[in-house]
Design a protein around this ligand. Structure first.
Ligand SMILES: [Zn+2]
Length: 499
């Protein structure tokens, strides 16, 4: 493969003069800027270039569309140090997708070098001279016909691809993680856009591997729009047929970003990238990534459901992105990040008029039924800890959502009764503290801070409902006086009914 003409060497800067199809921009009445046709080829680098003194790892990606898929041909360039041996990690297992090393073929290094097997099937050892520029070429070919074991698998078809970083990147070992990473797309088919966590069409992402890892790379025929919102730009990339209109999806994204940035503060990336992609199975799946989030939704899902997903994923930019709480084991406070994401996603959508309160109540009723039938609903601290470390399943995972959601609803209800400011003020204060100390809050500090904001029962509640696994209940006035609680005869779960 070394002589394949697709692998011409290119200077990474050669694509920095990009064409923004400004003639295609139209202003919508609601302040949404839409590009009504497919190609979006603008330069929207999330990070500024520079720091050329840092070692670079650059990736040039060439999409190769075929009848049922798009493969990627990748050229990675690394500058080695004084060592004469480098270890390469192939994609292996990430986000539920497994055996990813089998999707890699044609691995080849230039200048010609010994390529040896590593200790595991997803490692290779390269022998080379000191201070050498190594060009590593390979092909990523994900077979779309294999079983759909996870919604977070690589997605490919004849006119698009979407991979999370660990799905496609061969990378050097941790200690070689250079500070400057660059991605660009080459020879993209006519009408295709190229985008990812770093921006749209071209650009670079700088930072430690941990940040690059939490990213995605995509390309294809998309309906792209650029919004100016909340002090930054948001590139919204829509793909596939969806019953919810593009206009409504864009409005949801715009409203959610504006509202959450206003209420929760913190730094704003120059470009934030949102990808909403239709997926064949009946799911609503989202993941929050570096300066971006990705939603994969079945085309028949309602606008309200997708808006909730958008608001939930956006919220993760703050929790845990900019702050959270840590207990005595990793993920102990998953109930906090997932539950508050659900609570505030819904609360914010109601407050901004995107969703009506009846929908919020319906979602809560559905959660209450699921909670009442969750086989682990009485799990205490030690059971949750064991589960997180060994056999964490979807029921435990969902339990964390329910508990955090119901606790937030409980606290908000208490605050309202006491005439205190909303829970969002306590959360904003928590985020300020975490940003200040650049670390999650300790549990004791979290209790003290929330108590100071009127959540007087916070410690007691966490001890009862999280540590001891008592069943959470709901207050009849959670949504105001026009609602009452009746027991669902089938599940025994409390349900809100309009009086
Ligand atoms: Zn979440």
């Amino acid at each position: 493969m070394p002589n394949n003409s697709r692998f011409r060497r290119r200077r990474a800067t050669s694509r920095l003069n990009l064409r923004l199809p400004s003639a295609l921009l139209t202003k919508e009445s609601e302040g949404v800027t839409m590009i009504p046709t497919f190609p979006v080829l603008g330069i929207l680098s999330a990070m500024t270039l520079g720091k050329t003194d840092l070692p670079q790892i650059s990736y040039v990606v060439t999409p190769i569309p075929a009848e049922d898929r798009t493969a990627l041909e990748v050229e990675m360039t690394i500058l080695t140090g004084d060592q004469t041996q480098s270890l390469l990690h192939l994609p292996h297992s990430s986000m539920g997708a497994r055996n990813l090393e089998r999707t890699i073929s044609g691995l080849d290094v230039e200048p010609p070098a010994q390529l040896l097997d590593g200790e595991v099937p997803w490692q290779r050892v390269v022998e080379h001279g000191p201070q050498e520029e190594l060009i590593v070429r390979y092909r990523v070919d994900w077979d779309p016909t294999q079983p759909k074991t996870t919604s977070y698998r690589p997605l490919v078809d004849s006119e698009s691809f979407q991979f999370f970083s660990e799905h496609w990147m061969i990378r050097p070992v941790e200690e070689d993680q250079a500070a400057h990473w660059r991605f660009e797309c080459f020879d993209e088919p006519e009408g295709w856009a190229f985008f990812g966590s770093f921006g749209v069409d071209s650009g670079s992402m700088e930072g430690p591997w941990t940040e690059v890892r939490d990213g995605f790379l995509a390309g294809g025929i998309v309906r792209g729009s650029i919004l100016e919102v909340g002090g930054g730009r948001a590139a919204v990339m829509l793909q596939g047929p969806m019953e919810c209109s593009d206009e409504r999806l864009l409005r949801s994204v715009e409203s959610v970003i504006e509202q959450q940035r206003r209420l929760l503060g913190g730094p704003v990336p120059a470009t934030f990238v949102v990808s909403i992609l239709e997926i064949s199975e009946d799911v609503l799946a989202g993941v929050s990534l570096q300066n971006s989030f990705v939603c994969r939704v079945h085309g028949e899902r309602s606008c309200d459901e997708i808006a909730e997903l958008i608001a939930h994923e956006m919220f993760h930019q703050w929790v845990p992105g900019q702050g959270t709480v840590h207990g005595d084991y990793a993920d102990e406070y998953q109930w906090f990040s997932e539950g508050l994401a659900d609570y505030f996603a819904r609360r914010f959508l109601v407050d901004s008029g995107m969703v009506d309160v009846e929908t919020f109540v319906r979602w809560t009723n559905e959660d209450l039924v699921t909670y009442a039938s969750n086989p682990h609903r009485h799990a205490d601290h030690s059971e949750m800890k064991r589960a997180h470390e060994t056999d964490f399943n979807n029921d435990y995972y969902r339990l964390n959502y329910m508990r955090g959601f119901l606790l937030a609803l409980r606290w908000e209800t208490h605050l309202r009764r006491a005439g205190k400011p909303s829970l969002v003020h306590a959360l904003a204060a928590l985020l300020d503290r975490c940003r200040e100390q650049d670390a999650p809050l300790h549990e004791e500090d979290f209790f003290e801070l929330f108590q100071g904001h009127g959540v007087t029962t916070v410690q007691d509640d966490v001890e009862r409902f999280i540590d001891r696994g008592e069943l959470l209940t709901v207050q009849p006035d959670s949504f105001g006086d026009e609602w009452e609680i009746r027991e669902d005869p089938n599940s025994g779960a409390p349900q809100f009914h309009q009086r």
